[in-house]
Design a protein around this ligand. Structure first.
Ligand SMILES: [Zn+2]
Length: 182
């Protein structure tokens, strides 16, 4: 593999430390992993990017995003012929609620979106009650045992995948570039 040994002018190699940390911690980096979505690894990457951008913490950014989103929702005024996609409104309200879970965003007050919000709260209450009844009807000990078994099997498959990933990485570096020191 041929490449320029020197970095582009003015560039900093911020990604290498992230990748080294991922390898040391053996984080899952499998593209499209259905078990963990490589969330741990991507969180590491994102926080390194945030640091470089001089951004606030992820949590703070998400909270501010939710406020901006609530403001956007508060400005919606559907008219006949220009209806909004229902799923989109609900999805965005859920996004707001994930960040501001217990209080109603004041920005929504008196808006059309607040009505949608109210309706979703009522549906949630019905669903929560149904779920509670369902849980009560099932023996919690049995349910927990089943869950634990599933969880263990899933974790075992994931661990096995990580072992293979590590082997593949070593093999890949053997073929493509400076060898891994492992
Ligand atoms: Zn994974």
């Amino acid at each position: 593999m041929h490449y320029n040994e020197s970095l582009p002018p003015g560039a900093t190699d911020w990604l290498s430390p992230v990748l080294h940390e991922a390898r040391e911690r053996n984080l899952c980096t499998r593209p499209g992993c259905t078990t963990c979505g490589s969330t741990e690894f991507m969180r590491l990457v994102q926080s390194a990017i945030d640091t470089r951008l001089g951004c606030v913490s992820k949590r703070e950014r998400e909270r501010r995003s939710a406020e901006v989103l609530a403001q956007g929702l508060a400005c919606l005024r559907p008219t006949p012929g220009t209806e909004y996609p229902v799923g989109a409104i609900e999805l965005l309200i859920m996004t707001v609620r994930a960040q501001i879970p217990f209080e109603r965003p004041s920005t929504l007050e008196g808006s059309w979106a607040e009505n949608v919000y109210e309706r979703m709260l009522r549906i949630d209450a019905v669903r929560a009650e149904r779920y509670r009844a369902h849980v009560e009807a099932n023996d919690p000990v049995r349910v927990e045992a089943l869950r634990a078994a599933k969880r263990a099997a899933r974790q075992e498959r994931h661990a096995e995948m990580l072992r293979r990933q590590r082997e593949r990485s070593i093999e890949w570096h053997r073929k493509h570039g400076p060898p891994a020191e492992t």
